[in-house]
Design a protein around this ligand. Structure first.
Ligand code: GAP
Length: 518
């Protein structure tokens, strides 16, 4: 784990050094859990958005995109359940004055006991060697049995306390388990309080009164309230999807691990409206389709896994996360939820408007069911950076840091270098730049040795470096050097657009869709 955390540290400092991510308001010592994307970061982020948007909207005949406002009518959040139930249970340690999520303290305690069981199991395996039977050992070893009973009891009490919103029982559990604050080392805890995660602000009205409105905590509700507008104006028939990319805001208490958990972040969400009764089939389809999207990035299927939710939210009849093997371990990257007709029914009830869909074939009206795919753009960004970051020893005894970003996502697709600043080479290099920059983001560089220029481009993940030399002036050929293999090839300038188009075009990533399209 120490090594993995090292990678996170390295990725954070590399991101800053090379203009990917900066701490927000850094000159004022920053604002916690808020980050800005720099010159290369914003390019990478835009490319990830393009990959998602094209895979979801352009590659599906029956999915369209919208861009709804961040501010919405306050009743939207009452109907969706966010005003009453979008809470974290918080507890403070009176000595350290540190605040914790009560559920996280308890879950970490369970994980600690599980760790002790695993230690016992490992000891047993060492002692009995090839004869070791883990199932038998877990079922009979008194230490393991005692600890497992503790976990089962704790889980049962947690289930009761959380499902009944019993804050006193949650606190009792923390006290009974003798959970201590990691900072003060004491168990001097306050009461548990519910803390709503939405940011509220005042909207001044003409009459001088004001109303609390919220910064949206998810983009999904902007889709739900527009579903009939889109269905009618787009003459959409079920099943159809509405996609959206946009900012979401949550007043996260435990905001840490760089851009993994922020208070202002971006979501890419799609609500797929379907006939009631078909939700199982579409839920499986979207699980497979979304996993295929992740795998198309080429970081290895071992780095992704599904995590099915056992305890379902009140609106869902099935839900899972796609987890990615981040430097901090496997963590949620995307959620896929079968949301039933909960949201549309709630908006129908609270708005008093008829939100039913008319099915001309069946000649009947009903409220559609919904499958949602919801992914955090910043988390994909972190996954791409962490999986691409490589420190490599080279054959000549030197080393390099290279970002092996999938070429269609790379911030800069080609860097163009004149070998020297004289003899007309810069003019020729700019000519090539002009040829390519209509289709690709390119960078012109003439400072330092070619070797140093290669290293700088490796560090930002540029797939191709093109060098213009004296031979170029004679026969219109250049050397093109590929980032990962570092192989160089002499090619004619006229071939460059096609060569680049094939390697860095989004089509290369999008082709996967054909295998799961419906
Ligand atoms: N509409 C459903 C919804 O919002 P969610 O599981 O709360 O579901 C979806 O969020 C995704 O948004 C998560 O899988 C994660 O990638 C991203 N996300 C959620 N909270 C985040 C935060 N504080 N910082 C960055 N990304 C976050």
């Amino acid at each position: 784990m120490a090594d993995q955390h090292d990678i996170l540290k390295k990725v954070i400092s590399h991101s800053k050094e090379y203009g990917f991510v900066f701490q927000s308001s850094e000159i004022y010592d920053g604002l916690s859990a808020t980050y800005d994307y720099g010159q290369y970061g914003s390019e990478l982020k835009n490319n990830i958005k393009e990959f998602w948007w094209k895979a979801m909207v352009q590659m599906h005949e029956n999915i369209v995109g919208i861009d709804s406002a961040i501010f919405m009518h306050p009743t939207v959040w009452k109907a969706s359940g966010h005003v009453d139930a979008f809470n974290d249970p918080l507890i403070d340690n009176k000595d350290s004055k540190k605040r914790y999520r009560a559920d996280v303290l308890l879950e970490e305690h369970v994980a600690k006991i599980e760790g002790k069981i695993q230690k016992d199991v490992n000891k047993g395996a060492k002692k009995f060697g090839a004869d070791f039977d883990e199932t038998e050992f877990r079922a009979t070893n008194p230490n393991v049995q005692r600890r497992q009973a503790q976990i089962d009891d704790l889980n049962k009490r947690m289930e009761q306390a959380f499902s009944g919103d019993d804050l006193e029982a949650i606190r009792d559990l923390i006290i009974d388990m003798e959970i201590k604050c990691p900072v003060s080392g004491t168990a001097n805890w306050t009461e548990v309080r519910q803390f709503n995660l939405m940011f509220g602000t005042e909207l001044g009205s003409v009459s001088g009164e004001s109303a609390t409105i919220y910064l949206r905590p998810e983009t999904a509700q902007g889709i739900f309230v527009n579903y009939l507008n889109v269905q009618k104006t787009g003459r959409m028939k079920l099943p159809f999807g509405v996609a959206q990319i946009g900012k979401a805001f949550r007043n996260e208490i435990v905001a840490r691990q760089f851009i993994f958990r922020m208070r202002e972040f971006e979501q890419m969400e799609m609500q797929y409206f379907i006939q009631p009764g078909t939700q199982k089939e579409w839920y499986s389809y979207w699980k497979e389709a979304r996993m295929a999207w992740h795998n198309a990035l080429g970081f290895g299927s071992d780095n992704y896994r599904f995590h099915d939710h056992i305890k379902l939210a009140h609106y869902a009849d099935a839900a899972c996360d796609i987890e990615f093997n981040f430097p901090m371990g496997f963590k949620e990257l995307e959620g896929i939820h079968s949301r039933t007709d909960f949201d549309l029914n709630a908006h129908q009830e609270f708005s008093g408007k008829n939100l039913t869909y008319f099915d001309p074939e069946k000649n009947e009206r009903f409220v559609p069911y919904v499958i949602e795919t919801s992914i955090g753009l910043d988390r994909v960004f972190l996954a791409v950076l962490a999986a691409s970051y490589k420190e490599e020893e080279l054959n000549d005894g030197t080393s390099r840091v290279v970002l092996r970003i999938p070429p269609p996502l790379a911030p800069i697709k080609a860097a163009i270098f004149p070998l020297t600043k004289k003899d007309g080479l810069p003019d020729k290099a700019r000519e090539i730049m002009r040829l390519l920059q209509f289709d690709h983001s390119c960078q012109y560089e003439e400072k330092d040795s070619i070797g140093k220029r290669y290293r700088r481009q490796d560090a930002i993940g540029t797939p191709f470096c093109i060098t213009v030399d004296h031979e170029t002036l004679e026969n219109d050929t250049v050397t093109i050097r590929e980032r990962d293999t570092m192989q160089q090839e002499r090619v004619s300038i006229s071939k460059l657009p096609e060569l680049l188009g094939e390697s860095v075009g989004m089509k290369k990533l999008l082709n996967f869709s054909t295998t799961v399209s419906k």
